[in-house]
Design a protein around this ligand. Structure first.
Ligand code: PXG
Length: 448
């Protein structure tokens, strides 16, 4: 049972749940029946009532090396004791430089410069700003349009929700950024349901970018941003050839291509980045989550060398090249966590491990086909989406019910709409894969 600092009642639940306005949560429903996690180790959480919960989602897609990993915990402890904080404007500290250099060795192609943020949302807004500023410093300041995609999730900053394609994340928040357009999403159950890996149908949807360019003219477009595999809206795997086409069209028109790899980075697909997995090199990569294994908040924008060089070439040596940054850019404790995390990924070969496990994962996921209300299963690397037929008039209810039942049975899954998303830590064992899908199977059968 969880021992609190005196604020919790005998149930292990804090006496006051009211003050905390919870993010992306049905606050009143949650507070009426709270689900609290109080400890974590390896593949498991401990719930407030003492139950062990198998983590089928790596937290929120971030704890790729598993929970409570000693080398990361100790690196954080050492760093916070040695130096808690140092300013990052016109000052520096060694740990941030080391973290950037280490990350650069992991990045594909000539993406070898790194700008640090504290989250994926900040990474996205930073990348969009860098894109605008890059064109401006090169004398193409008319390139101000940003192109996102329907069903894209790029965090919750104004830039991210503007290029994002999720209606509820946009409609409450006014006018958003001007000068945005969207590619169509690639999800199509009629053509692609139950595809293993990348679907054959849909590469032509990238040609919509040609239509958008024809409408606005390339000279007004700064960047295209997409998730290589869309995570939050339910694991949408790119059709074969789709990302290659986007790359070719962007190159043809001098438009920057940004891959938002907040979820796909750090081994989720069985390679360091999706960019490496698909063999398509963008101009910038945004990442976060797995960069520090979720221990300390951190995000980053990786840039190709030419972009960094353009900023350096455009301004006199004593002037600031990019008027952007955060108090906590390259925070020493986050940077220490990142260094230890990246070392651990390499030492344990976790990306390779994900690649080796992915056929087993694929089999286990597709065994869900035929269960009640399952209308699609899709997968890549160590991620899968299982789409359920919505209950008429009650969208999201069926998947949320499965989430609650799984939690009761000691399994954490994630749902979005009526889609179940699974993305375990990369240390997952085969028997735990069996347990994840075994529990899910029993829940889907029981709910039928
Ligand atoms: N881009 C992508 C592709 C993401 O998936 C963000 C940006 C924003 O990152 P921050 O660190 O600002 O949250 C994300 C975040 C889910 C879920 O269950 C996904 C995210 C966050 C929380 C829940 O789908 N992705």
């Amino acid at each position: 049972m969880y021992e609190s600092d005196g604020e919790a009642g005998s149930s292990g639940i804090p006496n006051n749940l009211d003050a905390y306005f919870m993010p992306f949560t049905a606050n009143r429903q949650f507070k009426a029946n709270p689900r609290l996690l109080v400890a974590a180790e390896g593949m498991h959480y401990t719930a407030h009532d003492g139950r062990r919960i198998l983590d089928g989602t790596a937290g929120l897609w971030c704890v790729n090396a598993g929970h409570g990993r000693k080398p990361i915990v100790e690196a954080v402890q050492r760093q916070v004791a040695r130096m808690d904080y140092a300013p990052s404007f016109q000052m520096g500290h060694p740990v941030a430089f080391e973290a950037a250099a280490k990350l650069a060795t992991m990045l594909p192609g000539d993406l070898d410069h790194v700008f640090f943020t504290n989250s994926g949302s900040e990474a996205v807004d930073s990348a969009l700003k860098i894109a605008l500023a890059y064109h401006r410093v090169r004398g193409e300041g008319a390139r101000t349009r940003l192109i996102g995609r329907e069903r894209g999730y790029h965090g919750v900053g104004f830039g991210g929700i503007s290029v994002g394609g999720i209606s509820p994340n946009r409609k409450f928040f006014g006018n958003l950024l001007p000068g945005i357009d969207h590619l169509p999403h690639t999800h199509n159950l009629e053509k692609n349901a139950f595809t293993r890996g990348q679907p054959e149908w849909g590469a032509h949807l990238a040609d919509e970018l040609e239509r958008i360019v024809a409408l606005h003219d390339a000279s007004t477009i700064a960047a295209v941003i997409v998730e290589p595999v869309a995570g939050s809206t339910g694991v949408l795997v790119p059709p074969r050839g789709y990302l290659e086409k986007l790359r070719a069209i962007c190159s043809k028109y001098g438009i920057l291509l940004i891959f938002d790899e907040v979820i796909t980075g750090f081994g989720r697909l069985g390679a360091a980045f999706a960019s490496e997995y698909f063999g398509v090199i963008p101009d910038m990569i945004t990442c976060a989550k797995g960069i520090s294994n979720g221990t300390i908040p951190m995000g980053a924008v990786a840039l190709r060398r030419g972009l960094y060089d353009a900023f350096m070439a455009a301004a006199p040596e004593n002037s600031i090249e990019l008027f952007h940054g955060y108090t906590y850019s390259g925070h020493p404790v986050a940077a220490a966590a990142a260094i230890a995390t990246l070392d651990l990924y390499v030492k344990e070969g976790l990306f390779q491990r994900a690649a080796e496990l992915s056929p087993y994962w694929e089999e286990a996921a597709h065994a869900m086909r035929g269960l009640p209300h399952v209308i699609d299963v899709r997968n890549l690397g160590l991620v899968c989406g299982i789409e359920l037929e919505p209950i008429a008039g009650k969208p999201t209810a069926r998947a949320f019910d499965a989430f609650l039942r799984c939690y009761e049975k000691g399994l954490l899954i994630r749902t979005t709409g009526d889609i179940i998303a699974l993305s375990p830590p990369l240390i997952v064992e085969r028997k735990q894969i069996d347990e994840i899908f075994g529990t899910l199977e029993s829940v889907l059968k029981a709910a039928a």
